[in-house]
Design a protein around this ligand. Sequence first.
Ligand code: RUB
Length: 309
Amino acid sequence: MEQLPFRQVLETAEKIRTMEVRGAGHIARAAAGALRDYALVLETKSLDEFNFEMKRAAEILLNTRPTAVSLSNATWMVMRYKADDLEDARKSIVSNANRFIEDSQRAVEIIGEIGSHRINDGDMVLTHCNSMAAISVISAAFRTGKDIQVIATESRPRNQGILTIGLLEELGVPTTFIVDSAVRSFMNDVDLVVVGADVVTANGSVVNKIGTAQIALIAHEARTSFMVAAETYKFSPKTILGEPVIIEERSPEEILPNVSRYKNIRVRNPAFDVTPYQYIDLICTEVGAISPVMSYLIIKEKLGWELGK
Ligand code: RUB
């Protein structure tokens, strides 16, 4: 039987795996918080043993969902410590984790402020899935008194759109809820699409909830602006070396219950897709709104990763 503190790491991992905790920002903060809480109570005989235990916990959290780079960036930021003794190591992890959690929450607010300038009075904004960064943009525009409306998609198969309309309802933003396949029917009424991101690659392409790429294509056809709201820890350092982003494929049962009844049917359920940078007008980060082709700069200047390092 695992010790209680380690069980708590396993519990957080399970919540992420089963999507009780979901969305790239929430996942990252939950992992950082779990590492901090584990570090706070972990009793070991030596620094080496402490380091080993912390790495084991980090690995477990990292293996929960494969796509969101926020998870590996958060883990990397928390685990980036050098310590001469155990108490030093403990303190560093706690302060790294607290800093990450605070900065990431603040980043979402700043993105809201910056992104809201792109929304005009009277605009119709379309959003997909449930992104805290995208909702922050919408709510900041609404708070400043802009008369805006939102179209929110259902976001099958997990229906994260219901979470989005719940938040928009609380904020009082007039919202229309549609099925994913109705996006083209409404695109001519839309002034701006705002979505979040699980990953931004070095060339500015964006991995986000399945269906995002189709929406971008439809927006492109209708000449509607397409904006991504993404904190800098959603940018993927490894993509500068051309490493592909793993697209999570979830259980067929999410789409087709009793799938085993069908002998000749194969169900595919990718959770995310890639929107090529050519379809993205702007990526709004906490350090400013950038053109997608500037993404490498974020990886280099903000995350500190460079070719050859
Ligand atoms: C969530 C999703 C969100 C991004 C950004 O997918 O695709 O758009 O994670 O969210 P899932 P946020 O529900 O499968 O985790 O801006 O909140 O980080």
